[in-house]
Design a protein around this ligand. Sequence first.
Ligand code: FES
Length: 484
Amino acid sequence: MNSIWEDIESIKGRKMLEGEIEVEVVVIGAGMAGCLIAHQLQKAGKEVIVLEAKRIASGQTQNTTAKITSQHGLFYQTILKELGEEKNWQYAAANERAIKQFHQLIEEEKIDCDYEKTNAYLYAKEKQCLEEEVRAAQLAGIQASYVPAKELPIQFLSCIGAVRFENQAQFHPLKFISHISKKLRIYENTPVRKVENNIVFTPKGKVKAEKIVFACHFPFVNFPGLYFTKMHQERSYVLALENAMNVDGMYIGVEKHSFSFRNWGKYLLFGGEGHRTGENIMGGHYKVLEQKARELFPNCTIVRKWSAQDCVTIDQTPYIGNFASNQPNWYIATGFKKWGMTSSMVSAMLLTDMICGRKNSMADVFNPKRSIVGSLPEVLEEGKTAVQSITKRIFQVPKESIKELLPGHGGVAVFGGEKVGVYKDEKEKIYAVNIKCPHLGCQLEWNPDEKTWDCPCHGSRFDYRGNLLSNPAQNSLECCCSIK
Ligand code: FES
């Protein structure tokens, strides 16, 4: 389902790469991160091209709620406890500078993108965690304060209060990217098939570059880097509501089943119901969100619903920097969690400095090669998920038969001795696919909310016909066309 942003902005199309090119820097991915990185590098005098598998901003950028904020959940107290004051400052300073950089860029280039300065609120039922967050954020130099529930601009939240970050912002992501991408040399419909040292291979061309930046959400290169061992993906859902209310700020809850809010014009964007990709066998997330919206805003109309997908690293901090020790000219920007706007700008600032040979005092905390010793339990958990999923694919025999499957439903079934993923449409037409994930072989799981096959290991997604929707997989699924 398309997000609300796609209604009004059509970004100019670009041609596919054909033939061979030599440049200083090639950026893989023309989402918010890729375009900002290319934009900053170009401003710094580098010759840059961007390769995009589909269309500009057609990945996760089109699904963001576009909050430009350094408020990233209860994160400052965590980073302070685990990594100390210096890293806490680095993380905060990088994100606060990213907000200022957005502001400056939008002012300088007079970008018409519904940019609005506003406050961000993190609400919770317990006061102590909020007060700790205020202290940790203040220590890192952020203008943070505790606001009791009765003083909050919205009263319906069942919370004790909130942490307020001032001078944050929100905007229209596609209007913004449409502007900044105008002067960039971008090739669309140009998926990268492989990267070998300083050569990037695409279906009809190749690029020789001094520096290569992976800004493609989840990196599709498994070795080196091993990002698949230290990152997974999560999904969440958003509704655009009309006749809801003006909430005067951006809100997100701390507790597991809380919600997020922000306005865009006459709409209220209302989100929540997050879960790990591939773990939505029962479905019903849109339904829960819709019920809650109607309960909170009885007069509202749901005008649009869509979902987003985010990469989450094992220590919750993005990987921005050198890709791997044995590839000194490769760079990566990934693992932004729900904070893709500021993290994209942080990536643009850090990677531009690195590529231009300048020192950046905030780089350490984002270093992709940082030690994983403190996160070993999470690494083992990621490994366990992969082993369980592969074992399930090989050994578990499905109970469901194709006949029993109700119209409009999907599931794993056996056909002709083979285990297949099946979707039966409302007219009882069968779509069957191989449920072995083309990335690293985990078993795909049916997602009834979106009628897709999702991978619980690293989050690749496919529609019911088997077409690739999200990486790290690079190929679509094999169809089992013999089933009628
Ligand atoms: Fe890695 Fe499916 S995404 S195995």
